[in-house]
Design a binder for this molecule. Structure first.
Ligand SMILES: [Zn+2]
Ligand SMILES: [Zn+2]
Length: 336
């Protein structure tokens, strides 16, 4: 009997599937790529052909221009050589998918899931992660340490609204990654009843437009560049983390600097960025979500792509699941 997963070749630059002649999330240009989602560490430009969800392909279009693209809807099975690939929701950002690969190496069909990045809690901007049984679950481990436990998103955003209400002559400047986090924070605030205009940095405009085209309600968004200082008093302003401490923010009325990131759990990271109001909001599974997901899926093996691999591998072994770290390069989570 063929060893489990012998047809999956985990190389430093991505996962290669010879029987389909495709790579998954390769970190350099390849002839044929399956892409889990639009973050730059997973989606690169310059591939010959790309299979991805319509949302991911639209994001890649904004970032890299037109792709030679094969759109795949969630739940649709595509045949690639001797392998069937199905894209399933990952709950990470717009268009994000886990990829289920099915192949018979001669001893019966094996099912392998490449999760990409994922989370388990609700996100108004994308469908929820679908736990699907498989033989090998290839997972991320960005927050794969027991110290990482993300609090409830609404509790974090309630702190933001309270800060805004307490100091109405100032604004709250929220640093949030431009793809995913920014739109999720805005959409959650709308669901919490915050319907005032929200001001955004120019770097977010096209991605916010794209989310809207995909049916995500972001309410009244305005350009921070075009607004007066007076207009932004008592308002929420959202900008990429890189803009928090640069000249751009000087146009704002005495900003309370906030940042929405899973890394805000680490005090030093908040201090480094001069963040007054750290908001622990992540688009990745925390430790409890990672371990609960593995228990739920109950795979025969777990392979860990990137993040804090060691603790998760050790945990899997402690519950009698075979596990190993893949030494992939180039997965620096820009998103968090
Ligand atoms: Zn990501
Ligand atoms: Zn990632």
């Amino acid at each position: 009997m063929a060893r489990l997963g012998s047809w999956i070749d985990a190389q430093p630059h991505g996962i290669y599937v010879p029987a389909a002649d495709v790579w998954i999330d390769p970190s350099r240009p390849v002839p044929r790529a399956l892409v889990t989602h639009g973050h730059a560490d997973h989606a690169r430009g310059g591939h010959g052909q790309v299979w991805a969800t319509p949302g991911t392909l639209d994001i890649m279009g904004v970032r890299y221009g037109q792709q030679n693209a094969h759109p795949v809807e969630y739940g649709t099975r595509v045949e690639l050589g001797d392998v069937a690939a199905t894209f399933l929701p990952a709950g990470h950002v717009l268009g994000s998918a886990q990829i289920l690969l099915e192949h018979d190496p001669g001893s019966g069909t094996q099912r392998v899931i490449v999760s990409g990045d994922y989370k388990r809690r609700a996100d108004p901007t994308c469908p929820a992660f679908a736990p699907v049984p498989c033989d090998i679950f290839i997972t991320e481990a960005t927050f794969g340490l027991p110290v990482f436990r993300h609090p409830a998103t609404r509790d974090e955003l309630a702190k933001l609204l309270a800060a805004l209400a307490a100091q109405p002559e100032r604004c709250v400047l929220v640093g949030a990654y431009a793809l995913g986090k920014a739109q999720r924070v805005i959409a959650e605030l709308r669901l919490m009843g915050h319907d005032a205009p929200i001001y955004i940095h120019g770097a977010m405009q096209r991605l916010c437009d794209l989310y809207r085209e995909h049916g995500v309600d972001l309410g009244d968004l305005r350009s921070a560049l075009d607004a007066s200082k007076e207009a932004m008093r008592g308002a929420i302003v959202v900008a990429p983390p890189s803009a928090l401490n640069d000249r751009w923010s000087r146009r704002l009325p005495d900003p309370i600097t906030a940042m929405a990131s899973g890394w805000m759990r680490v005090r030093q990271r908040a201090v480094q960025r001069n963040v007054e109001l750290p908001l622990v909001i992540s688009d990745h599974a925390d430790w409890d979500e990672l371990t609960a997901t593995i228990r739920e899926i109950a795979p025969k093996e777990v392979w860990v792509t990137h993040g804090r691999e060691d603790a998760l591998v050790h945990w899997c072994q402690s519950v009698q699941i075979k596990a190993r770290a893949l030494d992939l390069v180039g997965y620096e989570d820009e998103d968090d």
